[in-house]
Design a protein around this ligand. Structure first.
Ligand code: SF4
Length: 736
């Protein structure tokens, strides 16, 4: 503010926050970041930013920044030189492995880590130590999307790109409040609506800012999106809207296990058993899902179901489906992803400009770091631990014996913290995550983290409820204080150079891993230099992606341009995969080639409706839905320190339908206790303010560590993806 733009040194990079991956320009003066604006040359946002984007650098000016390492001694945190703190971490990790074995140590990382950070974490845990005890918080937000892509196409990540917005006639959002979660993309939709009459249809369980701006808002009963999706497929088939030649040439049909359970047991094991079926079998299965049959269950009118189906069924209209947490954080999240693909495959509306099933990401590098680098327990960079060829490739590039890399996945996020609670994990290192605010049913996991038997290392930028239980707190660099790369929702990899120096002894996470690895005797595997480690790591990582299907752009290209979309082949981004017109990896001579599957065909899955693990009853009569607000990023550890955002949204609240509030005698602002069978939380009531829940449902945002709604949520998850369901559990509400 008040600084003439021309006097600043403007440096290019991606936004620190959501998975849209907007390009930002940071104005630097005398070594300090003093301004931010949208990058007009970025094809992602064309100069636009949302409120979080504009104010992002204000959080690094917060007074309680972690500038030095803190080591707990006799119950008190003592400021400690970073080198000494890293010695303690390395010694403790080594000692734990010697005493209890390599599977007694674990790391929990983030879709907010950079690509090099995720890569080094994977190499350190899987290649150097030899344990798959590595998972990341993308398990809480994107795992169902990954499982959906792999089961349907055999290849992860959306096939389209943001240019699809310029061609689509309809945007159908599935349980996705894009106006607050992906605001810059929502603005792009509004622009197309005004420019050429594109239509936004919001399909959700509550009325939000997105519904209010949509052309039509259709509400459904929680969990019944499975039934509505099947009813749309029923209509497509029974009205003759199937693109027969596409389906015959490019699709198979399959069914998997039903009644899979919900992962509530302490140690959960599940293996799906897919069986091939044919079109007639699938058509017969859908007989239970006619609009008339599902309307009562779903509370969606027959007319609305037919309206949705007719949009997808119209051969002259291009349709984008857009979804994120509403579909993924679902005990049948993988199935819901499959069902949306079923709709696009049956109609052949896929992999071409404007016809695009588009799974959006929440974090800036959920794609780049969690999915492509492989910070999930089952993943390797561009591969999985279960596949001997992928392990052999990793062993070759990492220069470790192949036997070192274990072939079985261990703990996904929820199970990792259950293992901490049981005492099976005795050392855990978390980075850029805040599990004691973000885990479902947090109250269950806090005691395990507090136990002396587990040594907890937390690297972060600010203190959090998670760092409150740490034995060592490491001061991490914020994104513009280090160089890095992020991968956004459209497969775009973006690079930035360090823009400013961080305060005190703040250090990039990648460098902290490398320093600890060296201290543990793995120095030979991490021969990177402090100055150029980002470049050296990225160049090593690119070797995993060699080949037309996944090739990553060279760093020089990423430095010059605002990122590139992989596969980057012959000097060009591939904007639409699996379509021979755009994708040079399509090699079978057909128009479409789903090359992730051995026979090149995508799978239409038979996926039934199953009820949620916990439904409202007489004792707990309300559905609880949790989520985000535009002002705050995830658990609020950064955005609550940005004064303007904190002022705009100072605390969490519980949103009621006015009729429910009236029946309970609750007024706007009154204190209300929300309780489940697991815990409770006291919040002010919000009536007729930002959103409007459907009767019988309440909504609470989860950004506020002082009003911890995740003490109330349920740790049930999708058995295929292991992603928890934060959107549905049964609660009661009382006036306080
Ligand atoms: Fe940042 Fe997402 Fe906002 Fe873009 S839409 S400015 S990436 S938070």
């Amino acid at each position: 503010a008040g600084v003439p733009e021309g006097s600043l040194d403007w440096k290019k990079g991606p936004c620190r926050f959501c998975g849209v991956g907007c390009g930002i320009l940071v104005g630097v003066e005398n070594g300090k970041a003093v301004a931010v604006k949208g990058d007009p040359n970025s094809s992602v946002n064309k100069g636009l930013l949302c409120v979080k984007g504009y104010h992002q650098i204000m959080c690094i000016q917060a007074k309680d920044r972690l500038e030095h390492a803190l080591v707990k001694k006799n119950g008190t945190y003592v400021k400690t030189p970073i080198n000494e703190a890293l010695d303690i971490v390395a010694n403790k990790m080594k000692e734990t492995i010697e005493k209890h074995g390599k599977d007694s140590v674990a790391m929990y990382t983030s879709g907010q880590s950079t690509i090099p950070e995720g890569y080094v974490a994977s190499k350190f845990m899987k290649g150097a130590i030899g344990t798959n005890n590595l998972d990341c918080n993308a398990r809480l937000c994107m795992a169902s999307a990954v499982a959906g892509f792999l089961t349907t196409f055999g290849a992860d990540e959306p096939m389209g790109c943001y240019e699809d917005f310029d061609y689509a006639d309809y945007y159908i959002t599935w349980g996705n409040n894009m106006a607050e979660m992906h605001p810059v993309l929502f603005s792009r939709m509004l622009e197309e609506k005004n420019r050429r009459g594109a239509k936004i249809i919001d399909f959700a369980t509550r009325t939000t800012r997105s519904s209010m701006a949509a052309d039509r808002s259709i509400l459904f009963e929680p969990q019944t999106d499975l039934a509505v999706g099947n009813a749309i497929c029923y209509e497509i088939i029974n009205n003759g809207w199937v693109n027969k030649s596409f389906v015959e040439k490019y699709c198979n049909f399959s069914k998997g296990l039903t009644k899979m359970g919900y992962g509530l047991e302490d140690k959960y094991k599940f293996k799906d058993k897919p069986t091939k079926i044919n079109f007639e079998d699938y058509k017969a299965f859908l007989e239970d899902y006619s609009p008339e049959k599902v309307s009562k269950l779903t509370k969606v009118s027959v007319k609305d179901i037919k309206y949705l189906a007719a949009i997808y069924g119209d051969p002259n209209k291009k349709v984008m489906s857009l979804w994120c947490m509403g579909v993924n954080q679902h005990t049948r999240g993988t199935w819901m992803n499959n069902i949306i693909y079923n709709i696009h495959l049956l109609t052949g509306k896929i992999s071409e400009p404007g016809n695009s099933p588009f799974s959006l990401t929440g974090q800036p590098s959920a794609c780049g770091t969690a999915r492509e680098v492989g910070t999930f327990t089952h993943k390797l960079p561009k591969g999985v631990v279960m596949n001997p060829k992928h392990r052999a490739k990793a062993a070759k590039i990492w220069k470790v014996p192949v036997e070192k890399i274990p072939s079985k996945p261990t703990y996904h996020a929820t199970e990792m913290f259950r293992a901490v609670d049981r005492g099976d994990i005795k050392f855990i290192w978390t980075q850029a995550v805040n599990p004691l605010v973000s885990l479902p049913r947090t109250s269950r996991f806090r005691p395990g983290m507090e136990k002396e038997s587990c040594f907890v290392v937390v690297s972060d930028v600010f203190p959090t409820p998670t760092s409150d239980v740490a034995d060592v707190i490491l001061p991490a660099s914020w994104h513009i204080e280090k160089s890095g790369l992020y991968g956004n929702s459209e497969r775009r990899t973006q690079h930035w150079d360090q823009m400013v120096e961080g305060p005190g002894e703040t250090t990039p996470d990648a460098w902290m891993f490398i320093e600890v690895a060296k201290r543990m005797g793995y120095g030979d595997l991490f021969p990177y230099s402090k100055e150029n480690h980002v470049e050296e790591i990225y160049n090593e990582y690119r070797q995993f992606h060699a080949g037309k299907k996944h090739e990553m752009a060279p760093l020089e290209v990423l430095k010059k341009e605002s990122g590139a979309i992989w596969p980057y082949v012959d000097g060009k981004s591939t904007q639409w995969r699996f379509n021979a017109k755009y994708d040079p990896a399509c090699s079978n001579g057909e128009e479409f080639h789903f090359y992730g599957k051995p026979d090149g065909k995508a799978v239409i899955w038979q996926r039934p409706y199953e009820p949620a693990p916990e439904m409202p009853d007489n004792e707990y009569p309300f559905w609880l839905n949790t989520g985000r607000v535009i002002e705050h990023w995830h658990t609020g550890s950064m955005t609550r320190r940005i004064p303007v955002l904190h002022k705009a949204m100072p605390h969490a609240y519980v949103e009621f339908h006015p009729d429910d509030a009236a029946a309970l005698g609750i007024r706007n602002g009154a204190k209300v206790k929300v309780s489940s069978r697991r815990g409770s939380c006291i919040l002010p009531a919000s009536i007729n303010e930002r959103g409007l829940p459907t009767k019988g449902q309440i909504f609470v945002p989860f950004f506020d560590e002082n009003m911890l709604i995740n003490d109330v949520t349920l740790d049930a998850f999708c058995p295929i993806s292991k992603e928890p369901d934060y959107k549905k559990c049964a609660v009661k509400v009382e006036k306080v």
